[in-house]
Design a binder for this molecule. Structure first.
Ligand code: SAH
Length: 237
């Protein structure tokens, strides 16, 4: 996708300029640090930016709910997607971006500083530890995650951050039925329920889904468990 085509997606010139700068920084930084596999300019606009923004209409619907404070946390955000892309497109949302790898977090902090993204906080840490932090636990309207884990493990890694009544949004591929079936028990145990599946198309050959999980009840303090336990004995098996 060219930068010109990306411009038609309802963004202001200033927002487009920020995405251009973000792409420049990603291409430059990726020459030195291995931040992302997707590093060719056209792919960055399509597979990183447009793909991140597939969630915007869902967020616009969520923000109309009375108690929405527009607080979002992106887990395993890599080079800053979808988190920083959402922060550029929706400056009224406050975005916390969590990533385990230091060099990726430092890159995100540089992007935040250079683009003046005052609504972004990039934090280095592991989701399964941060989800037990009292300030972060069950305090976000929305949690997002793309490319981090299968739906069962992903739910345990993310649902601890979602406030009751809030949503978890997961980017998934075209075929989700088996993965979703396999995760239903785990999601229920963690206080959630699949609320909706939003199919979207990036191009004729790219069809994907965003899964929306609602948080219905508080999550037991025993979750999330340490990573090795999550891996060894997945919930709901
Ligand atoms: N969301 C990005 C990156 C996906 S790769 C994208 O879509 O391009 C998954 C990322 O999650 C990696 O950068 C990895 O370092 C990070 N990660 C893996 N396990 C994590 C955990 N438990 N807590 C926080 N980050 C994690």
């Amino acid at each position: 996708m060219s930068a010109e085509k990306f411009r038609y997606s309802g963004l202001s010139d200033e927002q487009c300029a920020k995405f251009d700068f973000f792409a420049d920084m990603l291409i430059e930084a990726n020459k030195v640090h291995n931040l992302t596999r997707i590093c060719e300019r056209g792919d960055i606009y399509l597979r990183h930016f447009a793909d991140s923004l597939a969630v915007i209409d869902i967020l616009k619907r969520i923000e109309e709910q009375n108690d929405c404070q527009r607080r979002l946390i992106d887990i395993g955000s890599g080079a800053g997607v979808p988190g920083l892309a959402i922060a550029i497109a929706l400056p009224g949302w406050k975005v916390t971006s969590v990533e385990a790898t230091g060099k990726k977090v430092r890159f995100q902090q540089k992007v935040r500083d250079e683009l003046g993204l005052g609504n972004v906080l990039a934090v280095q840490g592991r989701a399964e530890e941060l989800a037990h932090d009292r300030v972060l636990r069950e305090s976000f309207d929305v949690v997002t995650a793309r490319g981090l884990a299968n739906m069962t493990m992903l739910s345990e890694l993310t649902l601890g951050f979602v406030k009751v009544g809030g949503s978890f949004l997961a980017w998934k591929g075209p075929d989700i039925e088996d993965e979703l079936d396999g995760a239903k028990k785990a999601i229920k145990k963690l206080g959630g329920k699949v609320r909706d599946v939003h199919p979207y198309k990036l191009s004729d050959e790219h069809h994907f889904n965003i899964i929306e999980v609602g948080k219905l009840m508080e999550m037991s303090d025993e979750y999330p468990r340490e990573f090795k336990f999550m891996k060894r004995s997945p919930l709901g098996k």
